[in-house]
Ligand binder design. Sequence first.
Ligand SMILES: [Zn+2]
Length: 238
Amino acid sequence: MYFRLLHDESSGAVSYLLADLDAGEAVLVDPRGADVPVLNAMLDEHQLRLRWLLRTHEHDALLTGEAAALDALGAPRIQHHLPASQPQGNPGAEPSHAFLTFGNEHVQVVRTPGHTAGCLSYLWRDRLFCGGLLAVDACPFQPRPALPEALWDSVVNDVFKRPAETLLFTGHATQSRAVSNVLEQRRWHPWFGGATRDEFLARVRTLPPAATASSTTASTPPPRHEHTDDDRLLRTHH
Ligand SMILES: [Zn+2]
């Protein structure tokens, strides 16, 4: 297996490449349009075919052109909704998750609304890529969660009920580490750890209201500083 992480210094955005090198297939989690040339080079280096482009969430209303830039990668984009194939969950209820495959691996796609209405998380082995779920007020594109009640449910009743050692990979690392685990976040998360639902919801109400796309243009992060690839890419092999 092959796993790489890209971190954008100015926005804190974190993207991930997962690949089955033997089968020559890869997925990307939360790629950025600006990184498409780098991502293509990473895929080419190992002759990888991109099977899926997985987005935990998007702020495309503020980042116009982002979706079109990502489509240049030539893979189906999964966002907002579970993929149509093999939806799973309790009979009669709305499906809670679905599976996608790449090479000999599979990714479970999980509905985790809250940061945005259509947030998805992606479970691969013992790693959950959960985007902005734990960011609360740390997403540079929105001052507060879109659906605070749903966010509480997704975090406390789904993510925190997973095995303690599950690794959590965030999509926004401005004020936090890119990776933690369920045990740490359950106990020490500054918003969810030790808080009741009512306390959490009351505190969210103290955040600035969610702004519209046109009024938040000024708060869009500045263009990123230039870094060499070695600064931005952390590499691990499995
Ligand atoms: Zn976000």
